[in-house]
Design a protein around this ligand. Structure first.
Ligand SMILES: [Ca+2]
Ligand SMILES: [Ca+2]
Length: 198
């Protein structure tokens, strides 16, 4: 027959998972401490996540960079899906479902209230345009600094455009190819009428 420990010994060395009646068992106390610490860690992590999620949509400049159709720099709406082109932000038309592209926090003091990625600073320090107006082939700065030069650093005209020095103020170094051979001069050297093919 198996020997049974005397009652005094059983209470001194309780089997694993069982507490000493008076809590004197150190193994049991450590286990409880460990469980409490894990629970506390989980609680802190959950709280931190909650705070981060609550703050994220409220910060206008944070994590809202996106690429709108035609590779335009954009502003991400609260739905985290809709990407509004930069120049639609603060244009007094709500393009995000909840109008977050028109919120006071974002539009109160243009362009300073806008996140930097939505703004392009022209060579004239007093002028700025929206980031998606850089390299869109239109003279938005007025001095073409959004289209030509090292500030803008635009790629070459591309097949939809004809490279020349335009006679019109609207363009800078590329004119739409559809304007070629339309009987109207658009390039200083007339290349749009004599060289370019639409
Ligand atoms: Ca808008
Ligand atoms: Ca432009």
């Amino acid at each position: 027959t198996p020997q049974t420990l005397p009652q005094a010994l059983t209470s001194l060395f309780p089997p694993p998972g069982h507490c000493h009646p008076r809590g004197a068992c150190t193994g049991c106390t450590q286990r409880h401490l460990c469980i409490s610490a894990v629970a506390l860690l989980v609680l802190v992590a959950a709280l931190a996540l909650g705070v981060a999620l609550a703050l994220l949509p409220r910060a206008p400049g944070l994590n809202r960079f996106c690429t709108a159709p035609n590779n335009r720099t954009g502003f991400l709406c609260d739905d985290r899906v809709t990407c509004v082109p930069a120049s639609w932000v603060c244009d007094r038309v709500s393009n995000c479902r909840n109008g977050e592209d028109e919120q006071e926090q974002l539009c109160g003091d243009l362009p300073h209230s806008l996140p930097e990625y939505l703004v392009f600073h022209c060579s004239n320090p007093r002028s700025w345009v929206y980031a998606d107006q850089r390299c869109n082939r239109m003279n938005d700065c007025g001095d073409c600094s959004d289209e030509t030069g090292s500030l803008a650093a635009c790629p070459p005209c591309g097949w939809e455009w004809w490279s020349c020095s335009p006679v019109h103020y609207d363009f800078c170094s590329c004119i739409p190819r559809r304007l070629c051979r339309d009987g109207i001069q658009h390039c200083l050297g007339w290349s749009d009428e004599f060289i370019c093919t639409p």
